[in-house]
Design a protein around this ligand. Structure first.
Ligand code: GSH
Length: 198
């Protein structure tokens, strides 16, 4: 299988952690994807031009990151990323983690991709509100950090992304989530192994 992503993509990191934690990494070849340039291989694989994208051994292209995780699950002896017995909770935690990353990306793109004179502060605050409310929800309803499934992986990647881009200071605001992430890191050494050098 070919995974197109970059070391810094939080959505790509989800896939790498899942593959490492569940023994699928030897079947994965990783190539750098470039979403920002015309006529790159990524765009011919995923017309949306987003990373990660995966090409199955039979040539079929799979995206987005959640669909890739669902596909990886089919390669395991039993679904471990979206376990049957807690599928709905896992999907909701996965959506919450994805939402934090998406809001974080929008803030980062606003800062880095839009010319400074067009930066729109209310939009950044709107996105920051989503992140803050999602973190607040996690204080009361987080997945078990000792279990490496799609929910815990995605929330860990979201926190890792906030650590890097600093859209909010989640460590100061939510110390309980620091403990949560430390427990996840113990359960999933793949988290530290996929930390990008920035
Ligand atoms: N829903 C997608 C989001 C993927 C995404 O937004 N990836 C970013 C990089 S982390 C990207 O490719 N951005 C370029 C763009 O939006 O054009 C997923 O889960 O894979």
């Amino acid at each position: 299988m070919l995974l197109m992503s970059t070391p810094t993509s939080p959505f790509g990191r989800k896939v790498k952690i899942a593959a490492l934690a569940h023994g699928l990494m030897p079947r994965l070849r990783v190539e750098t994807g470039d979403p920002w340039t015309d006529d790159t291989p990524l765009r011919s694989v995923n017309p949306l031009g987003k990373m990660p994208a995966l090409i199955r051994p039979d040539g079929k292209a799979i995206y987005d990151s959640g669909v890739i995780l669902a596909y990886l699950d089919t390669l395991l002896d039993a679904p471990r990323l979206f376990p049957v017995e807690r599928r709905l909770d896992t999907l909701v935690h996965h959506a919450l983690g994805d939402g934090i990353i998406e809001a974080g990306l929008l803030i980062t793109y606003e800062r880095m991709r839009r010319p400074a004179e067009y930066t729109y502060a209310p939009w950044i605050e709107h996105q920051r509100g989503k992140i803050e409310r999602a973190l607040e929800r996690l204080l009361h309803d987080a997945p078990d950090p000792g279990i490496v499934d799609a929910g815990s992986i995605t929330i860990a990647c979201a926190l890792g992304y906030l650590d890097w881009r600093k859209q909010v200071d989640w460590r100061a605001a939510c110390p309980a989530l620091v403990d949560w992430l430390d427990t996840f890191r113990d359960a999933a050494p793949a988290f530290d192994a996929t930390k990008a050098e920035h």
